[in-house]
Design a protein around this ligand. Sequence first.
Ligand SMILES: NC(=O)c1ccc[n+]([C@@H]2O[C@H](COP(=O)([O-])OP(=O)(O)OC[C@H]3O[C@@H](n4cnc5c(N)ncnc54)[C@H](OP(=O)(O)O)[C@@H]3O)[C@@H](O)[C@H]2O)c1
Length: 294
Amino acid sequence: MSNTSEGSTRILVTGATGTVGREVVARLCDAGKPVTAAVRDPRAADVVPGVPTVRFDFEQPATYGPAFADHGALFLVRPPAITRVWSSIFPAIDAAVRAGVRHVVFLSLQGAEANPLVPHRWIEWKLASTDVTATLLRPSFFMQNLVTTHRREIARDGRLVVPAGTGRTAFIDARDIAAVAARVLIEPRYAGRAFELTGPAALTYHEVADVLSDVLGRTIRYDEPGVLDFLQHSRREGRPWPFILVMTGIYLTARFGGAARTTSTVASVLERPARSFRRFAEDYATAWERQRPA
Ligand SMILES: NC(=O)c1ccc[n+]([C@@H]2O[C@H](COP(=O)([O-])OP(=O)(O)OC[C@H]3O[C@@H](n4cnc5c(N)ncnc54)[C@H](OP(=O)(O)O)[C@@H]3O)[C@@H](O)[C@H]2O)c1
């Protein structure tokens, strides 16, 4: 890590095959920083060409020591499937500290500081109780959810099926989260702080559908489906129940106005505006082509 005089300067990135982690690896490489991608299957992982990988699995404590060795900083992602954080994420944090990691940048969640029900909050508490410098990134809802979770319904059916009513969401482009993460991993002045990260505007799903329709040149509908429609649609899509319930909570929060808060933090850290939803839609337009396999 370049911000201390002792120990390793190498940065370990967890979730390195995921939406944010992959971009964090790329941004650190661009900056010429020594980085290792922590991956569950090094044979399958092709994160960024030329970047070393190390085997790491939160559910396999034997992988902790070898992965954390010779790293001074850690980008920590809680995989969405891990809910019992005390039995996998907490021991991994302890192992990281024992191995000499001095700075952890954690990908948390907007509003986590006021929500004791989310596992991100428990991880924040764990980090605060540990002898490590913790920097917290608390992003809003990712624009990229529309090319992952919702890609198929948009591409195949020309619809957005979320029970968010006319509530607004401060969508953020995950590429901006990664750029901020790289910056705070590199520049010591950001260490130990918490950052609430959002996109530049809070949009309704009607506005999202309008931008998508405009960019894709065909109509994408949003007809304010209710919770029951959403549950039925999600089951037809084969989504697992725990995931459906988490999503329902997220969309109802948006419906009742709890996801609309915007900040200017991305612009002030990156010294450029946060990416707009239109820019995101233009950059990812091919993801919603109808002929792609569903
Ligand atoms: N989506 C949103 O709108 C949003 C908003 C705010 C915060 N967040 C938070 O962001 C986090 C997810 O980030 P993301 O979307 O970048 O991740 P993601 O794309 O869902 O990828 C998950 C990553 O975790 C890895 N992983 C899964 N199980 C693992 C295990 N047992 N051990 C080690 N690694 C494992 C996966 O690796 P494999 O390739 O091996 O599967 C993958 O790299 C979550 O905590 C979520 O709550 C999301």
